[in-house]
Design a protein around this ligand. Structure first.
Ligand SMILES: [Zn+2]
Length: 488
């Protein structure tokens, strides 16, 4: 039996944090809590990131050019030239994380051709829904001036941009990733999350190979945190579906959900909205209508998978809600489906989401990192609704917060919770509420773990109290099953 003294904060069933002066751990589980106000380090339940791309974080940390901090086209050109020099001849130059608001312009085809003419270049925007290619990459993908945009996608020939499902055209010709690559990425991404106090996470979209990598790591006892993996049903640019995976449930790995995409993103003006975007125009790309969502979701729903659909614009959210409503009506099942992001719900959508009992999984950190894009592209009437987490709470929604990293730079739940206090208009959420919403693994089909006696000791230790000193509180130790998996 081990006693961990400090300022221990454990939420009750309604998410109100109660103070304790110590926590007892026996054989990896919480054996008891000593009531009273403690001193010193602060101990909280490990956080759950309910929508994150663990493998992509790992890939960005290892094999890709990380563009998230690049703040000018000149700086980007410098990075590209440097990478161009060290890559073997003919290899793709792959990067990820650009944002035109930060760069001061889109890295279009003319720009990329002038910097790296000799090899294919593919740079994915921070949202992962828009990709910039040079002429060499477009040629390898078989895209000429006459190539039509595929359904649910768009080719912008002049700029060399592929939007949404048009990405499938280039994905086909990219070097194949192996299970071993994926295992490397998962482990690198997991370590990164653990260092920020995240002890469980939802991998928000996996192809069969990535699933295999997760299964193998789990079998070998190598997964350092708990993960729920969403299986992708329809790969980009393809009509053929991936088969439904087998339901899987172990201590560290759950495969019980599937992922669908109904639209794009707000920051790149590709989310399906009911009023035209400012500056760039258009109303985004609706990738799936209610009818198609229903058709794709039904077999999964029947087999006991929860369905998690990416929907950001109000138009996309309405389509998904309509599909879920029919799913529950026609084949009632005790499954809680989810909407990922849920960026622009109006009052009707909030009420319907509540009455259906679904989970909604927004990303508070978007309010900080993508704020400029929102303000720039969104018609004014949308601003009070855009990622308005307080309105979502007041509507009585089941909320689970997440980072969607590496779409954003910041993964820390404390930083996300701080961003939740700053909506585009009106009042935000208090820090304590937000941190609780980062503590809801049940939204991802995992067990609710909140340091209650009998539960696994998945915890994060901060140098000081994150509720009162969020900016100073550093993660100093993280445990999963009572074993230290990070020490800072
Ligand atoms: Zn995502």
């Amino acid at each position: 039996m081990r006693r961990i003294p400090g300022q221990v904060y454990v939420p009750d069933a309604r998410g109100r944090y109660r103070p304790y002066r110590s926590l007892w751990v026996r054989e990896g589980r919480v054996a008891g809590l000593e009531p009273g106000a403690g001193r010193g380090e602060a101990i909280l339940p490990g956080f759950h990131d309910a929508h994150v791309h663990i493998w992509k974080i790992g890939q960005l940390l290892t094999d890709l050019l990380d563009l998230r901090e690049v703040d000018s086209l000149e700086a980007l050109a410098g990075l590209l030239r440097e990478r161009d020099r060290v890559l073997p001849p003919g290899a793709w130059l792959l990067g990820r994380g650009w944002n035109e608001a930060r760069l001061g312009g889109v890295p279009n085809r003319a720009f990329l051709d002038s910097v790296v003419p000799g090899r294919p270049v593919l740079l994915t925007r921070t949202c992962a829904h828009i990709h910039a290619l040079n002429s060499k990459a477009l040629a390898l993908a078989g895209i000429g001036p006459e190539t039509p945009s595929p359904p649910g996608g768009e080719i912008r020939h002049e700029e060399g941009l592929l939007l949404e499902r048009a990405y499938g055209l280039v994905e086909r010709v990219l070097p194949r990733r192996t299970v071993e690559d994926y295992r490397r990425y998962i482990l690198a991404g997991s370590r990164y999350l653990l260092a920020r106090g995240v002890t469980s996470a939802l991998e928000a979209g996996a192809d069969p190979l990535l699933l295999e990598a997760y299964r193998s790591l789990d079998q070998e006892g190598l997964l350092p945190l708990r993960v729920s993996v969403l299986a992708i049903l329809r790969p980009d640019g393809e009509e053929v579906l991936y088969p439904l995976p087998a339901l899987h449930r172990s201590e560290r790995l759950v495969v019980a959900g599937v992922k669908l995409f109904a639209d794009g993103g707000l920051s790149g003006a590709s989310a399906a909205v009911s009023r035209p975007y400012r500056e760039v125009g258009g109303q985004g790309v609706l990738r799936l209508k209610a009818e198609e969502i229903l058709e794709l979701a039904l077999p999964a729903h029947r087999k006991g998978f929860f369905v998690a659909t990416h929907a950001i614009g109000d138009v996309a959210i309405r389509e998904v809600l309509a599909a879920y409503a029919r799913l529950y009506r026609e084949e009632p099942r005790p499954l809680r489906h989810r909407i990922e992001h849920f960026g622009l719900p109006g009052p009707k959508e909030l009420a319907l989401a509540r009455s259906l009992g679904i989970w909604v999984v927004p990303q508070p950190i978007f309010l900080k990192e993508l704020r400029e894009n929102f303000v720039r592209y969104l018609p004014e009437v949308f601003l009070p609704w855009c990622y308005n987490l307080r309105r979502m709470e007041e509507a009585g929604l089941s909320l689970a917060f997440s980072s969607d990293a590496p779409v954003v730079r910041e993964v820390s739940p404390v930083q996300g919770a701080l961003a939740a206090s700053l909506p585009l208009t009106g009042r935000g959420l208090p820090l304590m509420r937000s941190l609780f919403y980062y503590t809801r693994p049940e939204a991802s089909g995992l067990e609710a773990l909140r340091l209650w006696p009998g539960q696994p000791a998945d915890l994060v230790v901060f140098s000081e109290n994150p509720f009162t000193h969020p900016e100073e509180a550093r993660v100093v130790r993280v445990e999963v099953d009572g074993v230290a998996v990070f020490e800072g």
